[in-house]
Design a protein around this ligand. Structure first.
Ligand code: 2AL
Length: 257
C-alpha cells in the first residue's frame, strides 16, 4: 500500500497547468469570449493561451468551413509554445486527430468533452445547436465519439454563430425554448450546448431550465486540467505518433518538416 501511494503521488504534477485554447474560427470577438469562459472556470494558477488560426472562416457552419478550420487548428497546435493541454473550442471538434498527432499533451474537443460530462449526469441528453444544417455534423460527432445511446436528439435553432458574439435576450430565449422542447420531446435529462459561442449563456440557461446544461468549453478546461495534473498525455504509440517528416508545399509549407 505504501509503495502504491508513492507511485501515485510521483505521477502528480504540482506546477500550474498551461492550456492552449484554440478557437478554430477566425472571429477575434469569439476567441475573447471563449477565453473569458475558460478563465472563469480554470483553477487558480492555470494559464489559458487563447489563439485562432491565421486563415479560415469567421464562423464554422458547414462541412467546407470545418475542413478549412481543421487545417487552422493544425497550424496553431504545430506552432504553439510549450503547453500541458489543448482544448479545441468549436463544437465540430475540427482537427482533433491532427492536433493529437502534433503534440504530446492531451487534446480535448469540446463536443467530445461535453458528451462525456452529459453522459455522467443523465441517462440521456439533447444537443441544442446553431444552424439546422450543422445538425448532421453533430450527429456524426455523436457517432464518432460513441454516444448514440445517450444522445436522444439534436436540435437546430437557426441562430448564426456570429449572432452569439454579443447576443441579447431574444437569442437566449430562442435557445431556452429549443432546450425546453428538446427535454420534453426527447425525454432527456440534460442539455449540451452545441456551439462554443454559447459558453457565456450556460449558467443562465441552467438556472432557467433546472437541468444540467453543459458547455463544452468549461468541461474541456476542467478535464484538461485533470489529465495534465495526472501527468497524462496523448499516446504516441500508434496512429497518434508525430506526423512523418516530409515537405509541405504552398501555403502549408511551414507545417512540413
Ligand atoms: C460552432 C462553434 O462552436 N464555433 C463555430 O464557429 N461554429 N459550432 C456550431 N455548431 O455552429
Amino acid at each position: 500500500m505504501a509503495i502504491l501511494y508513492t507511485i501515485c503521488t510521483n505521477s502528480m504534477r504540482v506546477d500550474p497547468v498551461k492550456i492552449l485554447l484554440v478557437n478554430p474560427n477566425t472571429s477575434a470577438a469569439m476567441t475573447a469570449g471563449i477565453a473569458a469562459a475558460a478563465r472563469a472556470v480554470a483553477a487558480p494558477g492555470t494559464t489559458i493561451l487563447a489563439v485562432q488560426p491565421s486563415f479560415g472562416p469567421r464562423s464554422i457552419e458547414g462541412h467546407f468551413d470545418e475542413a478549412i478550420a481543421a487545417a487552422g487548428v493544425a497550424e496553431q497546435v504545430h506552432q504553439a509554445p510549450a503547453h500541458d493541454a489543448v482544448v479545441i473550442a468549436c463544437f465540430g471538434d475540427p482537427g482533433l486527430d491532427a492536433a493529437r498527432e502534433a503534440t504530446r499533451a492531451p487534446v480535448l474537443g469540446i463536443a467530445e468533452a461535453a458528451f462525456h460530462a452529459a453522459a455522467m449526469l443523465a441517462t440521456g441528453f439533447s444537443v441544442v445547436t446553431t444552424m439546422t444544417r450543422t445538425c448532421v455534423i453533430a450527429e456524426h460527432l455523436v457517432q464518432r465519439h460513441g454516444f448514440e445511446r445517450q444522445c436522444r436528439g439534436i436540435h437546430g435553432t437557426d441562430i448564426p454563430v456570429l449572432d452569439l458574439e454579443a447576443c441579447g435576450e431574444d437569442t437566449v430565449a430562442r435557445i431556452e425554448a429549443a432546450a425546453r422542447q428538446a427535454l420534453e420531446r426527447d425525454r432527456s435529462g440534460a442539455i449540451v450546448l452545441g456551439c462554443a459561442g454559447m459558453a457565456a449563456l450556460c449558467a443562465t440557461l441552467q438556472q432557467r431550465l433546472g437541468v444540467p446544461v453543459i458547455d463544452g468549453v468549461a468541461v474541456a478546461v476542467k478535464f484538461a486540467e485533470g489529465l495534465a495534473a495526472l501527468g497524462l498525455g496523448t499516446s504516441k504509440h500508434g496512429d497518434y505518433a508525430a506526423p512523418l517528416p516530409k515537405a509541405y508545399v504552398g501555403w502549408a509549407a511551414p507545417l512540413g518538416s
